[in-house]
Design a protein around this ligand. Structure first.
Ligand SMILES: Nc1ncnc2c1ncn2[C@@H]1O[C@H](COP(=O)(O)OP(=O)(O)OP(=O)(O)O)[C@@H](O)[C@H]1O
Ligand SMILES: Nc1nc2c(c(=O)[nH]1)N[C@H]1C(S)=C(S)[C@@H](COP(=O)(O)O)O[C@H]1N2
Length: 162
């Protein structure tokens, strides 16, 4: 199967400022590469709606077909990853986010606190998925994304647009 371009964006004020090493991003990158996606090292950005929307738009403009974000999905005052994502996706795919929250319950009952979104960006044909920031959420969430990502990307690209 052809290797398609993916990327990981870590959304974290603490990692962006250097206060805490980004551990979630590299885990996601490793899993995407293992699954055959062409994925550069994670980009670390500050929390915030504009920061997230700008990073997503840059990735879409580069032709990236799968974007996994990690962090900033909760209810803290700086957690605005879903708001930034909402500005860029053109169609939501709620079942992916629902499944992440459902399967995340085996990590923690706090899984339901993630407001993460998933959706596609037309006409670029990019799938964007928000994961929570914890390393556990990344390790359990990326496999859920991988179960459907290739199918989504193939459908968006090759689907019947009539
Ligand atoms: N990139 C990351 N790498 C490792 N652990 C992370 C990362 N982002 C978040 N975490 C951890 O996930 C948990 C929940 O994160 P939370 O969203 O509260 O982020 P945070 O610690 O407030 O960081 P920030 O303010 O930078 O977003 C915390 O235990 C935090 O340490
Ligand atoms: N699978 C899974 N989902 C999870 C978690 C986790 O450890 N595993 N952490 C939860 C916690 S504690 C929070 S506050 C929310 C939001 O996290 P974020 O703000 O780092 O995105 O994700 C939740 N979802």
């Amino acid at each position: 199967m052809t290797s398609l371009p993916a990327c990981v964006i870590t959304v974290s004020d603490r990692s962006f400022s250097g206060e805490r090493e980004d551990r979630g991003g590299p885990i996601a990158v490793g899993l995407l590469r293992e699954a055959g996606w062409h994925c550069p090292d994670a980009e670390v950005i500050a929390d915030g709606e504009t920061s997230v929307a700008d990073a997503l738009r840059r990735a879409v403009a580069r032709g990236v077909r799968l974007i996994v974000t990690t962090g900033g999905t909760g209810v803290g005052p700086r957690d605005e990853t879903p708001e930034g994502t909402r500005r860029v996706i053109t169609r939501e795919v709620p079942g992916i986010a629902e499944e992440l929250r459902r399967s995340g319950l085996s990590d923690t009952p706090l899984s339901v606190l993630s407001r993460g979104l998933a959706g596609v960006v037309d006409p670029a044909g990019t799938l964007v998925v928000n994961l929570p920031g914890s390393t556990r959420a990344v390790a359990s969430g990326v496999p859920v994304v991988l179960t459907v990502a290739r199918h989504v990307v193939d459908q968006v690209e090759g689907g019947d647009h009539s």
